[in-house]
Design a protein around this ligand. Structure first.
Ligand code: CA
Length: 235
């Protein structure tokens, strides 16, 4: 049974979500503040977190950053307020895997949660031979997909699920330009009119890990007017 943690202070909304998610077969816990969510996460890791941005005290962004900072890479869906596209970008930058704008349709929320669980399974299912680690090595760097880590010489950077998925996608298309729209569709499963700049935040972060000089990237190259291109060899 998959476990969902709902972090939401509006009780009627939290109750409604709990009722519907339980009806779908999830085990549900509710935290009414950022602080209580963090307390909960110290003892238990759910399969998915539904995290509202607007919370009393510590907000959803702070909770998100601290989760990633503490190495808790639970797939997380953020709930943002309508008309605040900057919140979406801020959420992605903090490490969120997906978002929904309030008010939302319940069936969409359920679909997004299933999507997060499916992508997690997909990522897990990809390793080829059981004895070989799921790893991609280029130069003195390697991406450890099993461990969600990026190793650069003796440094280790933890990756979020989405960062790992995005890297895997770019690596699979090595040498070829991939558009932002395509990445949002293939990696995030977002088909609607999403602000494609969300991708740029991810690239900025990945470059900080991968590139010796993030201002002069040699692996994650910008393709003007299109998107990005991953190349193995430092040109
Ligand atoms: Ca709220």
């Amino acid at each position: 049974m998959n476990k969902v943690l709902i972090v939401e202070d509006e009780q009627h909304l939290a109750d409604g979500l709990r009722f519907n998610l339980e009806a779908e077969g999830y085990q549900v816990d509710v935290a009414e503040s950022g602080e209580s969510a963090q307390q909960f996460l110290q003892n238990e890791l759910p399969d998915v977190v539904v995290l509202d941005v607007m919370l009393p005290g510590k907000d959803g962004f702070a909770v998100m950053s601290e989760m990633r900072g503490a190495g808790q890479f639970v797939p997380t869906l953020m709930l943002t307020a309508r008309g605040r596209p900057e919140d979406v970008l801020k959420g992605f930058a903090a490490g969120a895997d997906d978002y929904l704008t309030k008010p939302f349709d319940l069936s969409i929320l359920l679909a997004r949660i299933r999507g997060l669980l499916r992508r997690r399974e997909w990522l897990k299912s990809i390793p080829p031979a059981p004895k070989r680690p799921d790893r991609f090595v280029f130069g003195d760097k390697s991406v450890e997909f099993d461990a969600l880590e990026l190793r650069v010489r003796d440094q280790v950077f933890p990756l979020t699920l989405m960062e790992a998925n995005l890297l895997r996608y770019l690596i699979r298309h090595e040498g070829k330009p991939v558009s932002r729209k395509k990445m949002l569709e293939e990696v995030w499963g977002l088909h609607e009119d999403t602000d494609t700049r969300a991708i740029d935040n991810f690239i900025v972060r990945l470059r900080r890990y991968i590139e010796d000089d993030p201002a002069r990237p040699k692996h994650l190259l910008t393709v003007r007017g299109i998107g990005y291109r991953f190349v193995v060899n430092a040109a």
